[in-house]
Write a protein that binds this ligand. Structure first.
Ligand SMILES: [Zn+2]
Length: 311
C-alpha cells in the first residue's frame, strides 16, 4: 500500500512516521537524537528517512517540520534555532533528489496548526488560530481553509507580537514580546523578580513554570498572580488575533497550556473585555490542543498528502 512519510525535526530529537494511504495512524514510527559526535545532523536526517522508506511499497511524498524561520515556497531552511549548521539549506531539493519523490517543508508551529486543524481539536473549522505556549510561543493561522504563509512564508509568528512596550527582552532580542511575558521562562522570570523584591511565597528561589503551576494549584498567591498575569497578556494578544483574523476557534498547545483553567480563565476574561464587539465572541471556542507533541508530525503528514494530491 502506498505510504507518506512525515518528519518532525527538533533541537534534541528527530522523529519519523510512516502513514499508509488514507490512514491516520502510522504503521511505523521512530525517533533518533538530532546530534551525535560522529555524524552531522543532516546526514542523520537522511539516514533516518532511508531507514523508514518501506521496501517495495510506493512512496507518495515526504513532509518535514522544522523549527524557526523557513521559506516554505522554495523549501529552504533559513535559520533554525538549535540547528546552527542548517542555514540557507535547500532541504526539499535535497530530499527530492535523494529519494525521487515530492517533498515539502513547514515551520513546526505552522504545521502544528495544520495538524490540529486536519486531525485534532480544530476539525470542521474554517478559521483557526493555534498557539503553542512552552519554552517559547509559536503559532499558526488557518484562514479560509488555508494555512496562512505570507509573502516570504514567515506568517504566523504569534509569539513575537509586542504586548508590553519596555517589557522584558524576548529570546529574539526585542523587548516586550508575548513570548517574553507569557512563555514558561517568561512566567518563571516574573516570579523570580517578585521573589527578589520580597514578595511572600511558598516558592524557593528561581522556580520553573511547572513548579509555579503546582504552587498555584496549592493556593500560593504569587504563583496564582503569575498565571493570572500571563493569562491576561495572552488574552490581550488573542483579542488582537480575533480582530485581525476572526477565527471560530483558538487552540492552545504546549506544556504551559497544560495548567488548564489557571491560564484559560484569565485568558477568557481578558478576551471578553478587549475585543471590539461581541460578534467576535459569538460561538468562539477557546480550547486545549488534542494532538500534544504529535501536532507538528501530523501537520507534516497533511502537507505531504496535499502536495501529492496537487500533482
Ligand atoms: Zn520575540
Amino acid at each position: 500500500m502506498p505510504v507518506t512519510i512525515a518528519l518532525d525535526v527538533g533541537g534534541t530529537h528527530m522523529r519519523a512516521a510512516v502513514f499508509p494511504e488514507n490512514e491516520i495512524s502510522p504503521c511505523f514510527q521512530t525517533r533518533i537524537r538530532t546530534y551525535s559526535e560522529d555524524e552531522s545532523s543532516l546526514d542523520r536526517l537522511m539516514r533516518l528517512i532511508s531507514e523508514v522508506v518501506p521496501d517495495g511499497e510506493p512512496l507518495h511524498a515526504i513532509g518535514i517540520a522544522v523549527p524557526g524561520p523557513i521559506d516554505p515556497h522554495n523549501g529552504v531552511i533559513l535559520t533554525a534555532p538549535n540547528l546552527q549548521e542548517w542555514v540557507g539549506l535547500p532541504i526539499v531539493q535535497m530530499i527530492r533528489e535523494k529519494f525521487g519523490v515530492p517533498a515539502a517543508l513547514g515551520n513546526d508551529a505552522n504545521l502544528a496548526a495544520l495538524g490540529e486543524w486536519r486531525f485534532g481539536a480544530g476539525q470542521g473549522h474554517h478559521h483557526l488560530i493555534y498557539l503553542t505556549i512552552s519554552t517559547g510561543i509559536g503559532g499558526g493561522v488557518i484562514c479560509d481553509d488555508q494555512l496562512l504563509l505570507g509573502y516570504k512564508g514567515l506568517a504566523g509568528e504569534l509569539g513575537h507580537v509586542t504586548i508590553l512596550p519596555n517589557g522584558p527582552i524576548c529570546s529574539c532580542g526585542q523587548p516586550g514580546h508575548l513570548e517574553a511575558v507569557a512563555s514558561g521562562p517568561g512566567i518563571a522570570a516574573y516570579v523570580a523578580e517578585q521573589l527578589q523584591a520580597g514578595q511572600p511565597s511558598t516558592l524557593a528561589e528561581n522556580p520553573d513554570a511547572k513548579t509555579i503551576s503546582q504552587a498555584a494549584l496549592q493556593g500560593d498567591l504569587l504563583a496564582l498572580e503569575a498565571f493570572q498575569r500571563a493569562g491576561h497578556y495572552l488574552g490581550l494578544a488573542i483579542a488582537n488575533y480575533l480582530m485581525i483574523f476572526n477565527p471560530s476557534i483558538i487552540i492552545l498547545g504546549g506544556g504551559v497550556s497544560q495548567t488548564g483553567d489557571l491560564l484559560l480563565d484569565p485568558i477568557r476574561e481578558t478576551v471578553n473585555e478587549a475585543v471590539l464587539s461581541d460578534h467576535y465572541k459569538e460561538d468562539l471556542i477557546i480550547t486545549l490542543a488534542a494532538l500534544g507533541d504529535d501536532a507538528g508530525l501530523y501537520g507534516a503528514l497533511a502537507l505531504a498528502r496535499d502536495l501529492f494530491q496537487e500533482r
